[in-house]
Design a protein around this ligand. Structure first.
Ligand SMILES: Cc1cc2nc3c(=O)[nH]c(=O)nc-3n(C[C@H](O)[C@H](O)[C@H](O)COP(=O)(O)OP(=O)(O)OC[C@H]3O[C@@H](n4cnc5c(N)ncnc54)[C@H](O)[C@@H]3O)c2cc1C
Length: 312
């Protein structure tokens, strides 16, 4: 069986940054890139908030450059997924989607998270042309414009409040007759003059020629008061949650109630010795590329310290 000192799972900003650090520290890292080489940023056009790119950068281009940087430090980058992880003995044993088994002394899990969508075909049609899953990332592009945000939880309220500081008008599209957020968050959105909450409302689709110009929505669907109408908007934000990619780790690694990996205090250690996590897979809150990259660097430094303490 192939023996690896430092296995990195995932090739988003967290995985590639961990790979750069681990490569430079001579940990001879092997990185499995998964089904989405480059991670979530390959789904977007311009990344405007990653330091070092004064004019912004195409998400795909940025990830190609991170990959090239990892290659320069001798990282062994491989296609394919890790489909099974066995932490019951050391070295830990992993199985790839091609049925190959590997053993590793240390592991960095950087498998990310995926944003949840409503499942409307129009979400994909207008992706990057008015549809966004990240208010912090894209709100700036909608300054003084009118947007809608779907969701009624704490995240949706927080993002609606963030957008209200940039946009002329923010509609919150909420399926239920109430918000599922904390009292403090509810108050913040209810008191904002330019936020209007559309309770008991569902989105049926989006319209617009070159980008989103509005949403087809319906109030009290299926009831006698049902009323369908068009809501003119420039941007459509989703804030209905994220799903961390942790299914294969759930039996061994401690997860929070939403399935995000729990890391300990100041470092990226999980509850299993020698196993570290970085990026969105352990971050239910920030979900930003720079934060993912930073935690990837920390995870690699933690793996280095762990291996060095073992004399490996
Ligand atoms: C459309 C969109 C636009 C965004 N725009 C911005 C922006 O402008 N600025 C910003 O800061 N952030 C933005 N974000 C958020 C940002 O993309 C994420 O915070 C960041 O990509 C998280 O990085 P990550 O490395 O943790 O995970 P991800 O980027 O999610 O990468 C996860 C990686 O893990 C791999 N993987 C998963 N499971 C396995 C497995 N079993 N085996 C092997 N590999 C596996 C995947 O193939 C992928 O390579 C955006 C997100 C989206 C969806």
């Amino acid at each position: 069986m192939e023996h690896i000192r430092c296995l990195i799972i995932g090739s988003g900003p967290a995985g590639y940054t961990a790979a750069i650090y681990a490569g430079r520290a001579n940990l001879q890292p092997v990185e499995y890139c998964g089904m989405q080489t480059g991670g979530q940023l390959t789904q977007t056009t311009i990344v405007d908030n990653f330091p070092g790119y004064p004019q912004g950068v195409d998400g795909n281009q940025m990830m190609i450059e991170l990959r090239e940087q990892a290659e320069r430090f001798g990282v062994d980058l491989r296609d394919g997924e890790i489909v099974k992880a066995d932490f019951s003995r050391k070295p830990y044993v992993f199985t790839t989607d091609r049925g190959v088994e590997l053993e590793a002394d240390s592991v960095i899990i950087a498998t990310g998270a995926t944003a949840k969508y409503l499942g409307l075909p129009d979400e994909q049609k207008y992706m990057g042309q008015g549809v966004s899953v990240c208010a912090t990332c894209d709100g700036f592009f909608y300054r003084k414009k009118t947007v809608a945000i779907v969701g009624g939880g704490d995240t949706a309220c927080e993002e609606a409040h963030y957008l209200s500081g940039l946009c002329k008008k923010v509609y919150m599209i909420v399926r239920k007759p109430y918000l599922r957020a904390s009292e403090a968050m509810k108050r913040r959105v209810e008191e904002a003059e330019n936020i209007e909450i559309l309770y008991e409302t569902n989105t049926l689709g989006l319209y617009g020629k070159a980008g989103v110009e509005g949403a087809h929505v319906v109030y009290r669907k299926g009831e006698s008061e049902e009323r369908a109408y068009d809501l003119p908007i420039d941007g459509f934000f989703l804030a209905i949650g994220h799903k961390p990619q942790t299914a294969i780790f759930k039996d061994a690694i401690a997860l929070d109630e939403q399935g995000f990996i729990k890391v300990e205090g100041q470092n990226q250690a999980t509850n299993v010795e020698g196993v570290f996590a970085a990026g969105d897979v352990c971050d239910p809150y920030y979900r930003q590329a720079i934060v993912a990259a930073g935690s990837g660097a920390k995870a690699a430094l933690d793996a280095q310290a762990y291996l060095s303490a073992l004399g490996k």
